[in-house]
Design a protein around this ligand. Sequence first.
Ligand code: BDP
Length: 335
Amino acid sequence: MKKVFALLLIIAAAMLPVFANGTAEGGAGTVELVLSEVHAEGYPTTLADYEFARLVNERTEGRVNITVYSGGTLYGEETGSIEALQVGDLDFARVSASPVASYVPALNVIQLPYLYRDADHMWQVLNGPIGQEMLDEIQASGSGLVGLCYYDAGSRNFYTTTPVQGVDDMAGLKIRLQNNAMMVEMVRLLGGNGVTGIGPNEVYSAISQGTIDGAENNWPTYESMGDYEAAPYFILDGHTRVPEILLASETVIDKVSAEDWEIIKECAKETQEYEIEQWNLREESSREKVVAAGVTVYEPTAEEIQEFQDLMSPLYATYGAGYEDMIQEIINTGL
Ligand code: BDP
């Protein structure tokens, strides 16, 4: 009897690491993966990152564990995280589609200025065949990246240290932009000078130090990064709607089983709706917060917006070349 008990103990001890690792695969261990996020805790995309990590852990029954690093602690500039994904130094990054277009140029098509009438229009496109085609293009282009899903980031608007109430006021202004040549060209067409290489967490100090005269973003980033305190003039020109993208490094495919890779892709898609809900809440509360703090919001007239829009048509010719039919299809979506 004693012998049997001792034997059972030995077997139990041998099994221990298997259970401790939460894996049934002979103690091979949990696959530990890392996700980088530039936004702070509580920001809609950060909340979605955690939800993604939670779902993946639950559905893989602990075989895959994703640790989220928020606030740009790993990579403050999204270009840095994209390049880390490409060489397999990083597993996931939630980034804006804008810097990704430097590596996958086709992505510029879905972020051309004044492309979407509103958020609903954008979501009809992104959740339809064009959106999927563009996500697939990220991997197909040989970038070493995999596009998992899109998130909402509202519309982007200029904010400055001096009032801008129309295109003329943009003349000579140094505007911080994401790392994307099309966006630099956009500001040049408006008469300003685009400045890149400044991470979103550094915009506040760059404005405060006078290195730049302003930047452009959505309400939540403007509020969350504190930029509204340095550049209190916000013009609702809505020049772009740039979706966020949850990216994986292609090297993750070799780190997890085929089954778990499918689970990862499925979980990412499932978090989209959650992010949009969080987005809508935050867009409203951020706007209220900056307005209460005394920001001057200028709402351009339809004619003033038209002036911005007209100046951007060369971008359609340059960055939309070869995608004319797709652009037309996007414009017709929902009409
Ligand atoms: C924010 C995006 C973030 C970008 C940032 C930027 O959520 O991913 O990095 O803009 O302007 O809206 O760099």
